[in-house]
Design a protein around this ligand. Structure first.
Ligand SMILES: C[S@@+](CC[C@H](N)C(=O)[O-])C[C@H]1O[C@@H](n2cnc3c(N)ncnc32)[C@H](O)[C@@H]1O
Length: 459
C-alpha cells in the first residue's frame, strides 16, 4: 500500500507520473485509496488515466473517477461524463457525473445538461438544474428551465419555483401580519364562492373549517359525490388564493354514511378526507399533519346494535369516534421561521402557547350539541387550532361558518375573524349570538349581505 504523502509527491511530479504508477495496480481498494486522496488537482493536471476507471466494476471507483474528472475544467471530458450520467447502473455515480458536468461551469456543458433534464430520476434532473443555474442569466437556459415548473415531480417543481417564480411579488403590498379592515370581524351571508370573488389575494392568516357533509345532513344537497368534491375543490382553491404565504389551512372532515333508502339497500360510506386530499395537493397545499379528533363512544351514533346480537363476521360495524383535522400549508420555499420573523417581538411573546398544550396528534375532545345547528365545532377544538396556528391580531377565516364558533373563539383569543355562511337561518343565529352578553359584543361586528359587503371593500 502507499501513503497520502506518496500521492502528493506523485501529483507534484507532473503529467504522466500517476499514469505510470497506476498502470500495474490491479486491486480496486488501492485504486480507491488513490482516487479518494487525490485532493486538489493542479490546472494542467492530465486526467486521461482517470477515464480508464469510468467503467470499473467497483461503483466506488467509478464514483471517485467521476468526481476527480469534475475537478478539471476540461471540456474534453464532457462527453465521457455525460455517458456515465446517462448510462451508469449506479444512481449515485450517475448523479455525481451530472454534478461534475455542472461543476466545470463550462458553457459547452449546457447541451449535455439539457439532455439530462429529461432523465427519469428526479434527483438527476435536479442536479442538472443546479448545474445550469450557473448560467441563470442566460436567456436560453431560462427558456429551457422555466417550463419545468410543470414537471410531474414535486422536488423538481420546487427547485424551479424557488429559482424563477418566488421572486414575483404579490400584488398585495400589505405587511404579512396585517389584514384588510373591511374583512375584520365581518360575517357575510351568501355562497362562499361568490363572496370570495371580492376578497384579494393573500388576505387571511388561517382558515379552519368543517365543510357540509355531502348529503348526510339536510343543509347540503349535491347532485352527486363527484359534484360535491368539485364544489369543495372550487372553494379550497379560492381559500388557497386568499391565504397568506406559508400560512395554514385546517380542514375538519370524516368519512360519512349516507343512510340506506330501504331495507333492501345498503348504506353507503364516502371517504371525504381521503378523496379531497388529492385535490388539495394538486392545487398547491402542502400536507403537514393529520390530527385525530377523538370523541367519547357514548357521544356517537351506535352502529353496533345488530352485531351485538348476531356476531356474524362481515357485518361488523365499528362506532366512528374519530374525525380528522387535516393540516395543510400554502406552498412556499420559505421556512416556518420566515413566517414567525414577520411578527414583532411583542406579538410573538403574547401569542406563545402556554404549558399543557396537546403534544400528540390525538385530541380527546367532547363534541358540542347545539339546539339550532346540527354540526357545531366544540369551542375547545377551535381554541387549539387557533392558538397553535395563528398569532394575536391575525385574521382567521371560516368559509362554512354555521353557528360561528370559529369567529367567537378567534375573538376570545384576540384574533380577528372573517366568516361566510350561505344559510339565512344560521346567519341570523350568529347575529343572535352577538347578544351583548356574548363574546362578540366588544368589537363591532359587521353582518352583511353580499351586496352590502361589496360596498365595504376598501383596499
Ligand atoms: C358543518 S357546518 C359548519 C358548522 C360550524 N363549524 C359551526 O361550528 O357551527 C357547514 C356549514 O356550511 C354552510 N354552507 C354550505 N354550503 C355553503 C356555501 N356554498 N357557502 C357558504 N356556506 C355554506 C352550511 O349552511 C353549514 O352551516
Amino acid at each position: 500500500m502507499f501513503t497520502k504523502d506518496q500521492i502528493r509527491e506523485l501529483k507534484s511530479q507532473g503529467n504522466g507520473a500517476i499514469l505510470h504508477f497506476v498502470k500495474d495496480i490491479k486491486e480496486s481498494n488501492k485504486i480507491l485509496f488513490l482516487l479518494e486522496n487525490l485532493g486538489h488537482l493542479p490546472k494542467d493536471f492530465d486526467g486521461n488515466w482517470l477515464l480508464n476507471y469510468l467503467y470499473n466494476k467497483n461503483s466506488q471507483v467509478r464514483f471517485w473517477a467521476v468526481k476527480n474528472l469534475g475537478k478539471l475544467n476540461d471540456e474534453n471530458y464532457l462527453q465521457a461524463l455525460s455517458e456515465v450520467a446517462k448510462k451508469d447502473s449506479d444512481t449515485t455515480v450517475r448523479r455525481e457525473a451530472v454534478s461534475s458536468l455542472g461543476r466545470m461551469r463550462n458553457p459547452k456543458s449546457k447541451e449535455y445538461l439539457y439532455a439530462l433534464l429529461k432523465d427519469e430520476d428526479p434527483k438527476v434532473v435536479c442536479q442538472a438544474i443546479r448545474g445550469l443555474l450557473v448560467f441563470r442569466d442566460d436567456k436560453e437556459v431560462q427558456n429551457v428551465l422555466k417550463p419545468l415548473i410543470n414537471h410531474p415531480n414535486e422536488m423538481v417543481k420546487t427547485v424551479i419555483y424557488k429559482e424563477y417564480f418566488s421572486q414575483i411579488k404579490s400584488k398585495n403590498e400589505q405587511l404579512h401580519p396585517d389584514s384588510y379592515d373591511f374583512l375584520k370581524n365581518t360575517v357575510v351571508n351568501g355562497d362562499v364562492r361568490e363572496i370570495l370573488k371580492n376578497v384579494p389575494d393573500e388576505s387571511v392568516h388561517l382558515t379552519f373549517t368543517s365543510p357540509p357533509y355531502y348529503n348526510a345532513r339536510d343543509y347540503s344537497i349535491y347532485p352527486s359525490y363527484k359534484d360535491y368534491l368539485k364544489f369543495l375543490e372550487e372553494v379550497f382553491k379560492e381559500v388557497y388564493r386568499i391565504t397568506k404565504e406559508g400560512r395554514f389551512f385546517i380542514l375538519n372532515t370524516s368519512p360519512i354514511i349516507i343512510p340506506r333508502v330501504s331495507r333492501s339497500h345498503s348504506s353507503k360510506r364516502f371517504p371525504i378526507p381521503f378523496d379531497i386530499h388529492h385535490y388539495l395537493i394538486e392545487m398547491g397545499w402542502e400536507f403537514i399533519d393529520d390530527i385525530i379528533w377523538l370523541k367519547p363512544e357514548a357521544s356517537v351514533k351506535n352502529r353496533n346494535a345488530g352485531f351485538l346480537q348476531h356476531r356474524k363476521p362481515l357485518a361488523y360495524k365499528p362506532n366512528a369516534i374519530t374525525e380528522y383535522l387535516l393540516v395543510y400549508r400554502k406552498q412556499t420555499e420559505k421556512l416556518i421561521d420566515w413566517n414567525i420573523h414577520q411578527y414583532d417581538y411583542h406579538t410573538v411573546k403574547e401569542s406563545k402557547v402556554e404549558d399543557g398544550y396537546e403534544t400528540t396528534n390525538v385530541w380527546k375532545i367532547d363534541p358540542t350539541f347545539d339546539k339550532v345547528h346540527s354540526a357545531v365545532f366544540p369551542a375547545e377544538l377551535c381554541r387549539r387550532v387557533i392558538k397553535y396556528y395563528s398569532f394575536k391580531n391575525d385574521l382567521v377565516f371560516d368559509p362554512f361558518a354555521g353557528s360561528g364558533t370559529v369567529g367567537r373563539t378567534a375573538k376570545s383569543l384576540d384574533r380577528y375573524f372573517f366568516l361566510t355562511e350561505k344559510d339565512e337561518k344560521y346567519f341570523s343565529y350568529m347575529k343572535e349570538k352577538t347578544h351583548p352578553k356574548t363574546l362578540f359584543k366588544e368589537k363591532e361586528i359587521h353582518f352583511l349581505t353580499l351586496e352590502q359587503f361589496k360596498k365595504t371593500i376598501i383596499l
